[in-house]
Design a protein around this ligand. Structure first.
Ligand code: EPU
Length: 426
């Protein structure tokens, strides 16, 4: 199993290219199931989750091909397609549930494994099922699978008003994709507003879908009979960019993030500025950029994770690493997932002072962390331990780094490129 060895204490300087967003690429790969014509994505990040999704699509009979340096991938879901997502693939990646909407919409049936438990919480898919049922699907759960088909006599899903009990990102994406080919109009209320959803909607519109209101909590979709191929560039990964912002804020230094979208990270950038980091954002010939500068020990910042445009749960652990070595005390509240503090005990092994009580963690900043062996437990927890390792005195070993590979495109190469002392070993 791969591990990372990090020798902390170096300030970071230089330039990093931000990759395409994992959480946009995954639904966009699934959107290729909506048409029998080829679909080309560019800026697809090189990640294990993307490889897993590709494997799942291959299993269904989708032809996939990568090309070029810029993360190009063409997907061709010509008939016949086997509309089944087996447990072996779904259990390694919850986002596999994103095939449910497209399969039902185009083929009228799907057999998708239930994803089961997950390190960061129980994460049920009841809302996905409820929404598809509202659109006229009949869904049985048997032998660990969701077995879905169109209601008797129906040839297509039916447009519907769907109001979920809570805001769900992949739920909204599933409904959005399903509704593009449904008969009539669908209204998604309480829809997630994440930039990845707006990006997916842009791709679907390029395929011929009729969508309005994406990026807000009310999305209207007028179903069409068929969609066609398109070329679409995956939006930049705001969480990767946010992770690098926190890393530089913690270590000190100055780094230019190429292709980072500051307008997708307002909540995180506001907190970093309040903490004392300097962040400048703009556009030049190379496109969007952000420049971050920090002199090291900043002021600890309290925050509460909420749905977009609030502070993202996917940045909670990384910002906590920064708080650990800041001046003052900060209260961090996690409201999205019930079990997303697994990094806390590992940070405590590095000397951090953190107390948790249910959804709340209170971090008392200290001057220095001290290197130790820690274990990555999920994707964002891994990233937070890498940041902690970059500022800890001496050597930190981060074990079970496969979690990091699921969602960060060449993170250690990128960190090395800006001066971090970090290497992978077995
Ligand atoms: N929920 C339900 N029932 C459902 C769906 C969701 O109870 O049917 C609950 C969840 O258990 C959770 C809350 O609703 O408590 C929100 O979950 P959501 O459905 O929004 O999460 P998700 O769509 O499964 C996506 C990202 C996550 C990110 C969350 C929240 C993808 C592929 N995954 O997950 O990303 O944390 O939204 O923003 O888009 C990551 O990248 O590290 C990651 C975990």
């Amino acid at each position: 199993m791969d591990k990372l060895r990090i020798t902390g204490g170096r300030a970071l300087h230089g330039e990093v290219n931000i990759s395409g967003a994992k959480n946009a690429a995954l639904p966009e790969l699934c959107a290729a199931l909506l048409t029998s014509e080829p679909v080309t994505l560019t800026n697809v990040p090189r990640l294990r989750d993307v490889a897993t999704m590709r494997q799942l699509l291959d299993h269904m009979g989708v032809q996939t091909q990568t090309h070029g340096e810029r993360g190009g991938m063409t997907l061709h879901a010509a008939d016949p397609i086997n509309p089944e997502a087996p447990y072996e693939l779904v259990k390694t990646m919850r986002a596999s549930v994103l095939v449910l909407g497209p399969l039902l919409a185009r083929f009228g049936r799907a057999r998708v494994s239930l994803p089961g438990g997950c390190a960061i919480g129980s994460r049920p898919v009841d809302q996905h099922i409820k929404g598809m049922q509202a659109m006229g699907a009949e869904i049985l759960v048997e032998h660990g699978y969701m077995v879905a088909q169109l209601a008797h006599g129906k040839k297509r899903l039916q447009g519907a008003r769907i109001a979920t009990d809570m805001v769900t990102v992949t739920g909204t994406e599933n409904f959005l994709m399903a509704a593009t080919l449904a008969e009539g109009e669908t209204l998604l209320e309480n829809a997630a507003q994440e930039p990845e959803i707006a990006d997916l909607a842009e791709m679907l519109i390029a395929m011929g879908a009729k969508i309005e209101g994406h990026g807000t909590s009310r999305i209207h979709i007028q179903g069409v009979e068929r969609l066609h191929g398109c070329t679409h560039q995956v939006v930049a990964d705001r969480i990767e960019a946010g992770t690098f912002l926190c890393a530089v804020a913690a270590t000190g230094g100055e780094v230019l993030l190429r292709h980072g979208r500051a307008d997708h990270l307002d909540a995180v950038i506001d907190k970093l500025r309040e903490a004392g980091a300097h962040i400048e954002a703009g556009q030049d010939d190379g496109g969007d950029f952000m420049r971050v500068r920090s002199s090291g020990r900043l002021k600890a910042q309290g925050f509460r994770t909420t749905e977009y445009p609030g502070f993202p749960t996917d940045m909670q652990a990384q910002f906590m690493a920064l708080n650990c070595i800041s001046h003052g005390t900060a209260k961090v509240t996690e409201t999205i997932f019930e079990n997303r503090f697994m990094h806390v005990n590992e940070m405590v092994r590095l000397g951090a002072k953190i107390q948790t009580d249910g959804k709340v963690a209170v971090v008392e900043g200290i001057e220095k962390l001290s290197g130790a062996t820690v274990m990555a437990t999920d994707l964002r927890a891994s990233a937070s331990l890498v940041i902690a390792g970059l500022v800890a005195e001496g050597e930190t070993i981060v074990d079970r780094i496969y979690h990091l590979d699921r969602g960060y495109d060449q993170m250690e190469e990128k960190l090395r490129g800006i001066g971090a002392n970090i290497e992978r070993f077995k």
